[in-house]
Write a protein that binds this ligand. Structure first.
Ligand SMILES: NC(=O)c1ccc[n+]([C@@H]2O[C@H](COP(=O)([O-])OP(=O)(O)OC[C@H]3O[C@@H](n4cnc5c(N)ncnc54)[C@H](O)[C@@H]3O)[C@@H](O)[C@H]2O)c1
Length: 355
């Protein structure tokens, strides 16, 4: 291990932490030197599988006992803010899983803690890794679509109705996502991704009106293994962007037949584009140019195969001393839109988005 290598740790050794390890491994100057999970056995098994030298079930003991530069926070949504702030207070850079927090107030507290500690804070909005995403944004920013008029963005999953990932009864990772007590729900789970993607491509949302629903899961008392299954399964937000276009952003776990599919359509006065992604691969088609627009003719545009992972960006951000996007500030914008969705659904009306 060379001296200048970054020394990072993983907090929460469940499902998504494996992807953090895979993506950090793309940077030869990063070492994962420790991991921590409340479930010590799970952490030990994980450390053994991945040759991680130090294992903890107490994050503060890890912060105090190891010489760390930063951490990946891979715990459930409800604990992101508390764990991230504790790490920042110990002088560590933080890459937190999405959603940034469960309230805008907590997201702001995370920004404040990062500023005070003068440390990098980033959020793992992993669909930013969609190959060619920056080129898609450039098409919009360069005005090739003209003035934007309408946007449709959606994230479809079907694990409430299918077994592609094992069925929802199979793992606690599904059950906490279905429970309000555990701050689960489609909005924070996958809605944050499609909101971030749309926000990145099209810009800020000024106001919105949102419907959210939790369907009965067909089990007694709508409760399973101690989890009340009352978190939202599906939401639809009608939005007005700050630059004037209207749009619809939606996500559901009831998209039978789709295991994990995102798509964004952007329609402007001079052209349109459609981006489809499952994270690993992307498909872009455009309708741009007088003839194409007049005749509704579309062209497939090849996208580059490689992407700059959020984990590589985090390591580079630590070295540069400045957070790259998706940063905590992007997370706050995201959280403000989600908070507005919750408020709108509760009052059944339009709500302004206040960052
Ligand atoms: N970026 C993505 O695309 C993506 C994909 C999947 C999950 N996620 C996010 O990753 C996070 C974890 O999801 P998961 O599917 O890996 O869940 P999981 O349930 O598989 O794993 C979470 C782990 O965290 C541990 N844990 C809980 N609280 C802890 C604490 N305070 N300190 C230490 N360990 C703690 C649990 O014991 C568990 O092992 C969630 O916030 C989820 O939204 C993001």
């Amino acid at each position: 291990m060379s001296k200048q290598n970054l020394r990072l740790a993983i907090i929460g050794t469940g499902n998504i932490s494996n992807s953090h390890l895979r993506k950090f491994a793309l940077d030869p100057n990063v070492d994962i030197v420790a991991c921590c999970d409340l479930n010590l056995k799970a952490a030990k098994d994980y450390a053994k599988r991945h040759n991680i030298p130090a294992v903890y079930d107490d994050m503060q003991a890890m912060f105090d006992g190891e010489q760390l530069d930063g951490v990946s926070v891979c715990v459930p949504d409800g604990a992101h803010a508390a764990v991230s702030i504790a790490a920042l207070k110990s002088g560590l850079h933080v890459l937190s899983e999405k959603p940034m927090a469960t309230t805008l107030a907590d997201a702001r507290a995370m920004v404040k803690a990062a500023k005070k500690a003068k440390r990098v804070g980033m959020i793992n909005f992993s669909y930013r890794e969609t190959p060619g995403l920056d080129e898609v944004k450039k098409i919009i920013d360069d005005g090739l679509l003209g003035d934007l008029r309408h946007v449709e963005a959606r994230y479809f999953q079907s694990w409430l109705n299918g077994v592609t990932w094992g069925g929802w009864k199979s793992r606690p990772a599904f059950l906490w996502r279905m429970s309000q007590d555990h701050r689960g729900g489609t909005l924070g789970d996958i809605g944050c991704h499609i909101i971030d993607l749309t926000n990145y491509l099209v810009g800020d949302v000024a106001s919105l009106s949102c419907m959210m629903k939790s369907f009965h899961k067909g089990v007694r008392n709508n409760t399973y293994k101690g989890y009340t299954l009352d978190a939202d399964d599906t939401f639809i937000a009608n939005v007005e962007f700050a630059q004037g276009a209207f749009g619809m952003i939606r996500a559901t776990r009831w998209a039978t037949g789709f295991s994990n599919d995102l798509a964004v359509d952007v329609f402007g006065t001079k052209g349109s584009l459609r981006l489809e992604t499952n994270g690993g691969t992307g498909k872009l088609k455009v309708c741009i140019g007088d003839l194409q627009v007049a005749r509704s003719l579309w062209t497939d545009v090849p996208l580059p195969p490689d992407a700059y992972t959020v984990q590589q960006r985090f390591a580079d951000s630590i070295r540069d001393g400045k957070a790259k996007s998706p940063s905590f500030e992007d997370g706050v914008r995201n959280q403000a839109i989600m908070d507005a969705c919750v408020k709108s659904a509760a009052k059944n009306g339009m709500v302004a988005v206040k960052v």
